[in-house]
Write a protein that binds this ligand. Sequence first.
Ligand code: NAD
Length: 480
Amino acid sequence: MAAPTPITVAYGDGIGPEIMEATLRIIQSAGANIAIETIEIGEKVYLRGVDTGMDPGAWESLRRTRVFLKAPITTPQGGGYKSLNVTTRKALGLYANVRPSVSYAPFVHTLHPTMNVVIIRENEEDLYAGIEHRQTAQVYQCLKLITRPGSEKVIRYAFEYARAHQRKKVTCFVKDNIMKMTDGLFHKIFDEIATEYPDLEHETWIVDIGAAKLADTPEMFDVIVMPNLYGDVLSDVAAQIAGSVGLAGSANIGDQCAMFEAIHGSAPRVAGQNRANPSGLLLAAVMMLVHLQQFAVATQVHNAWLKTIEDGVHTYDIFTDGVSRQKVGTAEFATAVIDRLGETPKVLTPVSYDLAQPMTLWHQQVQTKPDKRLVGVDVFLDWDAGSPNDLGDALSRVTYGSLRLRVITNRGIKVWPDGLPETFCTDHWRCRFMGDNNEPIPPSHVVSLLQEITQAGFEPIKTENLYFFDGVPGFSAVHG
Ligand code: NAD
């Protein structure tokens, strides 16, 4: 037998220790070939003053084993504590968050008895880059970052996952009718990568109607890939409409490391009572076993769990009179699953991971550097001393080289020249200065222009350079 694979385990907070104990007992009874390193994370570590909730020794273990089975943690109330999950995902490069949502009708109540959807959420960027600023008395900003490599990684993973797991279709959710550059890039890369997978159907939905369809007719979806924020929200919706967030596991996959956890939190109100459902963490552990290529053990555990659910042995959260047969606690549920190892479900569809194909993961594409030309600058001002026309008149007198004021917007709507008096304005103004006919301008002219603006009595709070890339504008057009 091969040497056991080292994995890092954290028991977490609240119900964490109970559900982790149950999970490990089940997978070890099934013969999981693992060597466990335990680390402490979460509330106690935060309260010791470690703002990430994880000690340096814990990081060492994770970087050594590269596989992390994590129970939920409690983030202490109050400010100053960083999200352990967000930090772990970004620090270890866990770019794909994989969340299957499956119905177990008629044994677990759901309005969608044939639902079987996997949401693959981009995990590192989008509005979760955590780059936020207060810029004026009235205005706060959060930067949405979508990158080519970040999008390529998660989208390729989605197609590879679909192929390896015998799925038929990959759907992309974006909002590129509004965010034409950021979500537009995600959509474009999705279309590019889809051409490499002619055996799989692909389609794109605008996220609003896509979300409505997902909530109403989830059967029409198979694998869905989407940017971080949409994926965060919709994977919880999907898990809940499949039956319960308490049943869903998730995998956070990177090129070098992976983390597996339930999607629910530490449920402090039921902690320490042997009541919590360990299913979410157990199904996450099944995903871990697949990742470790221990396919037979993964298959056996998953089928025994399905049989337990089918036999009506249920924890309180999914217990329904007339459907469930036996209400059990966490430890008894684990024993029931162990008793069924080697059995397969009769009504629910059994799983088989033996067919799982190895996946081709992302590799850096060779990209030619685009020709990049500076043609202007958006100068953002903190200003509340008059009307848009007052500002336009004053700034029209401020120039440098060929840089001249062309347009002013407030919250993205054009207010000068020819704005509408009805448009509501805040104290945050974007003033677009460009040269003539998109001619290139020297970067030093931007700095000199800022000096002129400051000397004219205005307060620039930030700038965004305006570039053309290979002759295509790298900035959004002005509305209004
Ligand atoms: P929660 O998921 O802990 O609980 C939501 C509801 O679901 C509660 O009614 C709870 O009793 C129930 N529930 C959740 N898991 C269950 C299970 N396995 N069995 C039975 N019932 C279950 O969400 P919350 O109450 O918003 O958060 C509690 C704490 O968990 C907070 O400190 C939060 O920061 C943390 N949290 C951690 C993670 C994580 O570590 N990945 C994720 C979400 C929330």
